[in-house]
Design a protein around this ligand. Structure first.
Ligand SMILES: *[C@@H]1O[C@H](CO)[C@@H](O)[C@H](O)[C@H]1NC(C)=O
Ligand SMILES: *[C@@H]1O[C@H](CO)[C@@H](O)[C@H](O)[C@H]1NC(C)=O
Length: 169
């Protein structure tokens, strides 16, 4: 009985280790505590100011929280005209997580009539994958760095496991 519990614990800890190392993406919260709302009239550029202060990368996500509103991803023309007739992405669940699956600009607007015009819209520029990845694909010399990273991860996991087994036994 006792050993089953320990095995379960061990399994969970190993799982945590792997998650810790595999998660390199980041989730951004749009609008902080206020969430995704019509910005105040004297601060209508609030979303684009916020967006320009962050470095978004492929694989990152953003979370929109809102009430009685919606999120749309649209083209640049639709963004400029607040045209919500044909969004490529639409959600009105109140809690929307959007993942950036490629680099380049993403255009978001509120789908509620009049909100986009009042400034509830945002451009997010997603950067190319991390520089280290770009280097690997460019030069043939660097894959060594990649595999050494893999080894150090493995060593760390082994270390944790050994430490745990000492604790348990
Ligand atoms: C906008 O107006 C509010 C009051 O209506 C004020 O508290 C706030 O500081 C103003 N923000 C800016 C950026 O001027
Ligand atoms: C809105 O966008 C759609 C599709 O992109 C287009 O057909 C339509 O003419 C646009 N409407 C306005 C008012 O610009």
């Amino acid at each position: 009985m006792e050993s089953t519990k320990l095995k379960l614990l061990l399994f969970l800890i190993i799982l945590c280790c792997f998650q810790f190392f595999s998660v390199s993406s980041f989730e951004y919260q749009v609008g902080g505590d206020e969430g995704w709302v019509v910005p105040p009239a004297n601060d209508s550029k609030i979303y684009n100011e916020w967006a320009s202060e962050n470095r978004f990368q492929v694989g990152d996500t953003i979370r929109f929280e809102y009430k009685k509103d919606s999120v749309m991803e649209v083209t640049v023309q639709e963004y400029n005209n607040c045209n919500s007739t044909r969004p490529s992405f639409f959600s009105n669940t109140g809690n929307t997580v959007f993942r950036f699956d490629h680099q380049g600009p993403f255009y978001f607007i509120s789908g509620v009539s009049g909100h986009c015009e009042k400034g509830q819209r945002m451009i997010i520029k997603v950067m190319a994958p991390e520089e280290s990845d770009a280097d690997t694909s460019k030069s043939s010399g660097s894959p060594a760095a990649d595999s050494s990273l893999g080894v150090s991860k493995l060593v760390f996991v082994q270390f944790v496991l050994r430490f745990l087994s000492i604790l348990i036994c």
